[in-house]
Design a protein around this ligand. Structure first.
Ligand code: ADP
Length: 539
């Protein structure tokens, strides 16, 4: 080998902020807050306040390698912590406020955080959990001075904390493999597991997100992340947007149709992203009010399968392109993104849409994919043979935080727990999660495929399919439906809708109407459903 002779500048998250403050200083950042007026500043302002927060953290005794937790929404203050905490070499653990109290306590204690930053409307939550937090020394309320609740735990307000600190800082440069963010999986099975993102992983992932094969931002884009900052760093949008000079609009916790629409229209949002449940609500709201999202061009949707009907409505009714992504906390999270290619375009628009809307996305540079059949062989890339989906790459987990054993196999592949197919164009399709697959008489039925069809039936808001025990077939599919308000759709209509669209033996053994429970990350909680309906088909 002849050693390369180029500089080995480490990839630092602070480098993104330095860049944006130079190259896009005046590009705006707008943030909703719980009950304060809309906040407006720019990348230069973000750099100044992140520097102040960094100085304040050091004053609190936070040193390189320490962990700091946040319980916070998508706001500019949380964004400042996204740069301040890793900027000084500490690790930001973005706790998920939608977990149960015990799980939140578990993650903060497991992270051994020294400081907890929390949103004012979590004051009651923090009061409940504070006695159980074993390592937190300082509590800071993300609030201005006037609204900081006297007597609340800690009761230092963020604005008071950073006021008076210098607005400039020389961000330290250190090993790019140092930890930056600690994100826990939602723990639907067992305790939540910590995934510790490195600076290198975050920077490379953000660059990949900016590519045209993924989100493809330009400096003209206005980005509204509706994916939570606490869930896999909002898909890296807080880093990809400044790298590209895009304006950022932050919605706080207000994801209802009217609030989102006000921001989209008011700020000229061109790009937004979030889990399907948010877009179900938003499309519903648009339909009811007859409003249109004028500036919106693209919406990235992932976290669970995107119903075909959702992508179709966005495009045909509102001219908005849907980019489905598949990913997980363990992959930072971008794995695949569904963007067009010339090969698909050559098939004509309808065929291209069909191909894109029915797949999770295509292979991206930086992530390797492999589908393995039960005998451990690589499945052909034929779009048909399904098996365990494995991933490998510089932003894929190697080992969980404070665990002995590696999460990835010795050959680097990480088993995602999903079942998928890959096709000759590099498109991946998830057919199920390993634990959700329905085994009927030894044959597999894809719960996701069934849900995607069922949700297209008029009147259906959420369709969930689970395998429940059956006396003859081991398991059979049960379809649980939550209807749109005022809809009178019944079992017969749903079955009639499914009949021409699915193979006969996939027909659900029953259709029941009930509220569909969601997990802390907005996915259908199939564990709860399976438990609730386990005896339903046993007679
Ligand atoms: P949690 O902590 O809720 O498990 P993750 O975001 O890590 O949150 O969940 C990752 C899982 O979500 C994936 O393994 C996959 O099963 C599912 N998922 C993510 N995106 C999609 C998608 N576009 N289609 C189908 N399933 C998806």
């Amino acid at each position: 080998m002849t050693p390369g002779l180029m500089q080995t500048t480490p990839l630092m998250i602070s480098g993104i902020l330095n860049y944006a403050a130079r190259a896009h200083a005046g590009r705006e950042i707008v943030s909703r807050l719980i009950d304060e007026p809309l906040w407006r500043y720019d990348y230069a302002g973000l750099a100044r306040r992140a520097a102040q927060a960094a100085h304040a953290l050091r004053r609190l005794g936070v040193a390189s390698g320490d962990r700091v937790s946040s319980l916070a929404w998508n706001t500019h203050r949380h964004l400042e912590l996204f740069y301040a905490v890793p900027g000084i070499g500490a690790v930001l653990h973005t706790a998920n406020p939608r977990l149960f109290d015990e799980q939140i306590v578990y993650t903060i204690n497991h992270a051994e955080s020294r400081v907890l930053f929390y949103e004012r409307n979590f004051a009651a939550l923090v009061e409940r959990i504070a006695p159980h937090l074993t390592t937190v020394k300082t509590f800071v309320m993300l609030s201005d001075a006037e609204r900081t609740i006297p007597g609340a735990v800690g009761a230092i307000g963020y604005e008071t904390l950073i006021a008076g600190e210098p607005e400039a800082i020389d961000w330290p440069v250190f090993d790019e493999n140092a930890g930056a963010f600690l994100c826990y999986t939602s723990g639907t099975t067992g305790d939540p597991k910590g995934v510790l993102y490195s600076h290198r992983a975050v920077v490379l992932h953000a660059m990949a997100g900016g590519l045209n094969s993924a989100f493809g931002f330009t400096a003209f884009d206005v980005v509204l992340p509706c994916s939570s900052l606490y869930h896999a760093t909002a898909w890296g949008l807080p880093f990809t947007a400044p790298m590209c000079g895009a304006k950022i609009v932050l919605p706080a916790d207000r994801m209802d149709g009217a609030s989102l629409h006000a921001l989209i229209q008011g700020e000229g949002v061109t790009f937004t992203g979030g889990v399907p449940t948010i877009w179900t609500m938003y499309l519903d709201w648009l339909d009811k009010t007859g409003q249109r999202p004028d500036s919106l061009k693209r919406v990235v949707i992932g976290g669970s399968a995107v119903p075909r009907a959702m992508a179709e409505t966005f495009k045909r009714r509102y001219g908005v392109q849907t980019l489905q992504i598949w990913g997980m906390t363990e992959t930072c999270p971008i794995g695949v993104v569904a963007t067009p290619t010339p090969a698909l375009a050559a098939l004509g628009e309808e065929a291209m849409d069909e191909a894109i809307w029915t797949r999770q996305g295509r292979l991206q540079f930086g992530i390797e994919l492999r589908v393995e059949t039960e005998d451990g062989q690589e499945a052909p890339w034929d779009g048909e043979t399904s098996g365990a989906l494995l991933v490998r790459g510089p932003w894929v987990v190697r080992r969980y935080f404070r665990k002995e054993a590696d999460a990835a196999r010795p050959d680097g592949w990480f088993d995602t727990g999903d079942i998928a197919t890959l096709d000759a164009n590099g498109f991946m399709r998830i057919t199920d999660r390993q634990k959700d697959v329905i085994k009927s008489g030894g044959e597999w039925i894809s719960s996701i495929d069934l849900e995607n069809v069922a949700v297209g039936c008029p009147g259906v808001k959420i369709a969930a399919v689970v395998g429940v025990p059956h006396p003859k077939w081991e398991e059979r599919p049960l379809l649980v439906i939550e209807v749109h308000e005022g809809s009178a759709v019944g079992k017969d209509e749903v079955l009639a809708y499914l009949a021409p669209r699915i193979v006969k033996w996939w027909t659900p053994d029953d259709v029941v109407f009930a509220a569909v429970p969601l997990t802390a990350t907005g996915k259908i909680d199939k564990k709860v459903l399976r438990e609730a309906w386990r005896s339903h088909l046993m007679g």
